[in-house]
Ligand binder design. Sequence first.
Ligand code: AMP
Length: 281
Amino acid sequence: MRIISSIKQMQEFCRRQRQKGKVIALVPTMGYLHEGHLSLMEEGRRRADLLIISIFVNPTQFGKGEDYQEYPRDLECDKGLARKVGVDVIFAPETSLMYPSGYQTWVEVTEVTKNLCGASRPGHFSGVTTVVAKLFNISKPHIALFGEKDFQQLVAIKRMVADLNFDIEIVGMPTVREEDGLALSSRNTYLSTQERTAALSLSRSLRRARGFITSGERSAPRIIRAVKAIVGREKLIDIDYIKICDVESLKELRKIDQRAVLALAVRLGKIRLIDNCILEP
Ligand code: AMP
């Protein structure tokens, strides 16, 4: 496994690999790897000859007062996990290389980023799409894998790839959860025992919502009310949003007569958690 931090070196390496006819898969991450990240890598390993992951805590997707400084980092541990799943290259650039002085170019997906996390975290998605576009140009992948856990991010990246004609297949992968339902997230490491217990209400409420759909309920407001009752019962939790949206436009739905996503975001002390599930009528 190679660790590359130079953009130039990475571009040259990937160009040579492409010339040799190798299929390249990229898994962009911010590191502090867990089983969710590893599931993306395993799928990339199955689909490609060369598996590249990036580890870069991208400052431009964090807003003022968010946890950029505190975001957990452990490159040594990440290297061990990446090696185990057969990663060929870790691309881990310095921030000053990715955003040198004078940097001023942004990729913005305008519509699907308005609602949900886009509304609570202004500028977040333009940071995400910009860094992902840069990573695509640097590593020239044929395939890139992203988690459905960050559903709006996945929708925005698919939109960017279609709109800007990136010749890259975007693969969405299901959310990996702890046995008790908690969606894996690097930020979970900062949850206290009580906060972690409260956080279980998220996946519990999603299961409840799916149960409603199975029993024929199609009213979004009624399902949202039920979800709010479960999550809102937790004193430690502040709800940011609970919404049911169309899976492509991410516009809110009142009636669930098409594939929809139930997405929620909460605050637990200083930690922000998101989760979602697909509702199939
Ligand atoms: P992050 O390091 O949080 O930026 O995540 C890197 C990639 O891993 C993104 O595509 C995430 O959607 C994905 N990811 C994060 N958590 C999970 C999870 N629990 N299950 C599946 N994919 C995940």
